[in-house]
Design a protein around this ligand. Structure first.
Ligand SMILES: C=C(O[C@@H]1C=C(C(=O)O)C=C[C@H]1O)C(=O)O
Length: 103
């Protein structure tokens, strides 16, 4: 990565990366939503074993890519917690037939 020459440039580059992250997270959210359709109860939605496997894999990838594993773990745990809430809302909405959950 070419070293930035000012704080303004640092922030412009962070903003550009955030734009890419938002697009990737939108794709991830669509897949999380699809996952919910294959599940029948809240325990399946939460899938704690899968969460631990995802976090372990991300820590390894982070270390290889130069991202601090503890930063990666915190980010992924927060992100997954938010997606679980999103998925639970989809799931409840499908179960009660209201179809009111959005996104
Ligand atoms: C998407 C799933 O549902 C939930 C969300 C996960 C995620 O955001 O990575 C992982 C496990 C589940 O808590 C899944 O079961 O794979």
């Amino acid at each position: 990565m070419k070293p930035p020459e000012s704080l303004t440039e640092v922030r412009a580059r962070i903003d550009a990366l955030d734009g890419e992250l938002v697009r990737l997270l939108a794709d991830r959210q669509r897949l999380v939503r699809a996952a919910a359709t294959f599940k029948t109860d809240e325990q399946a939605v939460r899938a704690p074993d899968r969460v631990e496997r995802v976090v372990a894999a991300v820590r390894e990838r982070a270390a290889a890519a130069g991202l601090a594993p503890e930063v990666a773990e915190s980010v992924w745990r927060a992100m997954i917690a938010a997606f679980i809430e999103y998925e639970l809302a989809q799931h409840r909405s499908a179960a009660d037939g209201t179809g009111t959950a959005t996104g």
